[in-house]
Design a binder for this molecule. Structure first.
Ligand code: BG6
Length: 294
């Protein structure tokens, strides 16, 4: 296992060739490659990597709110869309490894109230700690987030792992795991619907928040070009957001390059975003996803 820490990124390489790279801004996983060097995540060529904006690709972390701020929830109404965790600079806390036939590496990152700038602390004045662990082994990538309330006041949270998967051709992508599940269709006026056609396919912009009927233990499977490619298993993340901006919305995003890139990506985002999780003093909320290569 090799760790290179140039104060901006942390990269780990297994002896068998698999690798992962994490940007300290947002503790954003930027790259995940298999032993053959094939990239599994999509990353825009124009992504901001300096914390001025969330990364357009990889796995940004959404916390403590999902989506745009809303006056209906005053505690998060002064925060930017998807919160501050994806732009704040995290601390690299170290690695642990296991060698041998089942070699793996775990990288730990931390963010707490003390790491935030004054403006963010004023907008969201709670004392919190985030511990994020990225574990790479030969077959999978696990990302685990532990959120703790380190202050005296309770706070509400939403969180989500905004994974951008790299695919060969969006029109051949099929996503299963949403059979008979209810969802909110943000492209169609936030209407509540129930998934009848399984699996999910793409022929235009998609922005949907699913609550999979079978629960988080039931995998969501992303197939591409007739092959199952990714199997996502969730822990404590009851929703899955499916997002593809398609041609027009990609055109309108300055950090989305190349513009045709929407054909090669699909966001499948495991999260806890329906309502709010209330975290009392000294409580923790632990959530994770494991992505297996199928
Ligand atoms: C998705 C949302 O999670 O993120 C979309 O459901 C949103 O509505 C997308 O457009 C990208 O958000 P952002 O803030 O990274 O441009």
């Amino acid at each position: 296992v090799t760790i290179s820490d140039d104060n901006a990124r942390v990269a780990a390489l297994l002896p068998t060739g698999e690798s992962v790279e994490v940007l300290l801004f947002g503790a954003t996983v930027l790259s995940w490659k298999d032993a053959a060097g094939d990239e599994k995540l999509w990353l825009s060529e124009a992504s901001k990597l300096d914390g001025s904006k969330g990364v357009r690709g990889g796995i940004p972390i959404v916390f403590p709110l999902f989506g745009p701020p809303n006056a209906d929830h005053p505690a998060t109404s002064k925060l930017p869309q998807h919160g501050f965790a994806r732009t704040a600079r995290w601390e690299y806390l170290g690695k642990s490894t296991s060698e041998g036939s089942s070699s793996s590496v775990k990288l730990d990152f931390g963010l707490s109230s003390e790491n935030l700038d004054d403006a963010t602390r004023a907008a969201w004045p709670y004392k919190f700690g985030l511990l994020y662990s990225v574990t790479l082994d030969r077959e999978s990538l696990n990302t685990t987030l532990v959120i703790s309330n380190q202050g005296d006041e309770s706070f509400d949270l939403q969180t989500l792992l905004h994974t951008y998967f790299r695919v060969k051709d969006i029109t051949s992508v099929r996503i299963s795991g949403f059979e008979d599940s209810s969802y909110v269709d943000k492209v169609d006026g936030a209407k509540a619907k129930t998934e009848a056609s399984a699996p999910v396919t793409f022929s235009g912009e998609a922005d949907r928040v699913y609550t999979p009927a079978k629960g988080p233990g039931h995998p969501v499977i992303v197939s591409d070009d007739g092959q199952p490619r990714f199997r996502i298993v969730r822990d404590n993340l009851d929703q899955v957001v499916i997002w593809n901006p398609w041609a027009d919305k990609a055109e309108g995003m300055s950090d989305f390059v190349p513009k045709s890139g929407y054909k090669n990506m699909v966001c499948v985002e495991a999260g806890s975003v329906k309502g709010w999780q209330k975290l009392d003093k000294s409580d923790t909320f632990e959530a994770a996803q494991t992505i297996f290569l199928s």
